[in-house]
Design a protein around this ligand. Structure first.
Ligand SMILES: [Zn+2]
Length: 417
C-alpha cells in the first residue's frame, strides 16, 4: 500500500526507482533521512517463487527487512529498504529467501550503487566520493575491493616470457609481500604474503606447468629463498640477477658496513658519523687537525671503498656481449678479491658467487624499469593497515596498480577537502 510518499520529498518516484534499478519491486514510498533518502520497497507477490526449483507453489513464511546502499541521486545518498519474503516451497519442500535481481544479498549495496561508484572512479578518488556523496567509507572500500577482485584476481596467465620477482614492505615495514611482475605487460601477476619460498606457491599454482615452460627469463633478488623455488618450478628459465637487484645488494652491504662502523666506534666517532656529511662537520677546536683527519679517514674508508666497488662494478652493464662482460667480471674479481680489507673481500666474494646469474643478463637483457616504475607508484600511496584496508586489500591494489583508474581511486584527497 503506497503511503503518501512523494508529497514531502522533492523527488519523482519513477526517477528514484529507475536510478536504483529496482523496477522489479513494488515501490512503497520514500522519506528524507538526514541529507539523504530512504526508499521502501517490497518484492512483488508474483516474484515470490522458490529460489531452488523455481516453483510458484509456495507460501510466504515471513519477510526479512534488508537495507542496501543505493546510487546517489542529486548528490544525496539513497538507501533502499526492501522486504524480502522467505518462502516454503510445496514442490521441493525447501524454505528459502527469494532471489532478488537488484543486489547481491551478501553485499551491503545495490548493483546500481556499484555501477555508479565504479563509473565515478573514472574521474575521482574514493575519499572525494565519500565527501561529495556522504557514502560511508566502509561501503566505498567494500565496493572497491569487490571491483579489484573481479578485475584482477584469477586472471589467466598466458604466454608470459619474462618476469621479475621482488619483495616489498608495507605498513611501516612490518608486512612483507612477494610480487611477481610480467615485464612485458608491466602487470603484477601475483602477490604472495611474506618472503619465504612458499610466498610463491600461489603463483606457481596460478601459472601451471604448461605456462611455466614458456617463461624464458626470471630477474630476481639474489635471495636464496626465491632462487631454489624458481629453479625447481621454472626449469626452462634463465635466472638473472639484474642490475637493479645487484646494486640493491651492494647498497645493502654498504649499509651494513655503515651500521658496523657505527656500532664499533667510540663516542667521538659516533658524533662524526651522525653528522653523516663529513665535509660539513662542525669544527672540533679541541682536536688536533691531523688526528681529526686520521679519524675521519679511519671511519670513512670502509664505506668509501664499498661505494667505489659499487661504482666500479656498474661499468659491467656497459658491456655489449656476455663474452666481454665475462672478461670484465673476471678481472674485476681478480682485482679486488685479495684486497687487504675485509669489506672489499666480502663484497667481491659475494659477486663471485653470483657471477653466473649476473652474466645471464647478457644473454637476455631484461628491462626491469617496469618494477622501478611500480615502486614509484607505491611510494605515492598510503600503505597503512586500518579498519578499511587490510592485508588482502593491498594484495589486490598491487595487482591493479598498472591501471590509472586504481591509482586515481586510492589517491589522497586534494588539500581543499
Ligand atoms: Zn522449490
Amino acid at each position: 500500500m503506497p503511503k503518501n510518499p512523494e508529497e514531502s520529498v522533492d523527488v519523482q518516484p519513477r526517477l528514484l526507482v529507475v536510478s536504483q534499478g529496482v523496477e522489479s519491486l513494488n515501490y512503497i514510498g520514500v522519506k528524507r533521512v538526514g541529507e539523504g533518502f530512504e526508499m521502501d520497497c517490497e518484492v512483488k507477490a508474483e516474484a515470490a517463487v522458490c529460489p531452488s526449483c523455481g516453483s510458484k507453489d509456495v507460501s510466504v513464511k515471513e519477510n526479512v527487512r534488508r537495507v542496501f546502499r543505493g546510487a546517489p541521486l542529486n548528490r544525496s545518498q539513497v538507501e533502499v529498504v526492501c522486504q524480502i519474503p522467505i518462502v516454503k516451497c510445496h514442490s521441493c519442500r525447501k524454505t528459502r529467501e527469494v532471489d532478488i535481481d537488484f543486489a547481491d544479498k551478501k553485499k551491503k549495496y545495490t548493483k546500481a550503487f556499484y555501477s555508479y561508484f565504479i563509473k565515478a572512479l573514472d574521474s575521482t578518488s574514493i575519499t572525494v566520493f565519500n565527501k561529495v556523496f556522504g557514502v560511508p567509507l566502509d561501503i566505498c572500500y567494500l565496493a572497491f575491493t569487490d571491483y579489484l577482485h573481479q578485475e584482477y584476481v584469477s586472471n589467466k596467465i598466458s604466454n608470459v616470457k619474462e618476469i621479475i620477482i621482488d619483495d616489498i614492505l608495507i605498513n611501516n615495514g612490518d608486512i612483507g609481500f612477494t610480487i611477481v611482475m610480467d615485464l612485458e605487460t608491466k602487470r603484477v601477476l601475483s602477490v604472495g604474503q611474506g618472503h619465504a619460498p612458499d610466498a610463491l606457491d600461489e603463483f606457481w599454482a596460478l601459472l601451471g606447468p604448461r605456462e611455466a615452460k614458456k617463461i624464458k627469463a626470471v630477474a630476481l633478488d639474489p635471495n636464496a629463498s626465491y632462487v631454489s623455488s624458481v629453479a625447481s618450478n621454472l626449469r626452462n628459465a634463465s635466472i638473472i640477477f639484474d642490475r637493479f637487484h645487484v646494486e640493491k645488494l651492494m647498497d645493502q652491504r654498504a649499509g651494513l658496513e655503515k651500521k658496523y662502523i657505527f656500532s664499533s666506534s667510540s663516542a667521538d666517532q659516533k658524533y662524526l658519523i651522525e653528522a653523516d656529511e663529513f665535509a660539513t662537520m662542525e669544527y672540533n677546536a679541541f682536536m688536533d687537525p691531523q688526528d681529526r683527519l686520521d679519524l675521519l679517514r679511519e671511519i670513512t674508508e670502509p664505506l668509501t671503498l664499498a661505494f667505489i666497488l659499487h661504482e666500479d662494478l656498474a661499468r659491467i652493464w656497459r658491456r655489449q656481449t656476455r663474452e666481454t662482460a665475462t672478461n670484465f667480471l673476471t678481472s674485476w674479481i681478480e682485482k679486488f678479491i685479495d684486497y687487504d680489507n675485509p669489506i672489499v673481500k666480502q663484497m667481491t666474494e659475494c659477486i663471485d658467487k653470483y657471477s653466473e646469474e649476473i652474466l645471464n643478463w647478457f644473454d637476455n637483457k631484461v628491462n626491469v624499469k617496469p618494477l622501478q616504475d611500480f615502486y614509484k607508484k607505491v611510494a605515492e600511496i598510503d600503505l597503512t593497515i586500518d579498519k578499511y584496508r587490510d592485508i588482502d586489500y593491498y594484495k589486490l591494489v598491487f595487482l591493479g596498480l598498472h591501471d590509472p583508474k586504481i591509482i586515481r581511486a586510492i589517491d589522497q584527497p586534494p588539500l581543499w577537502w
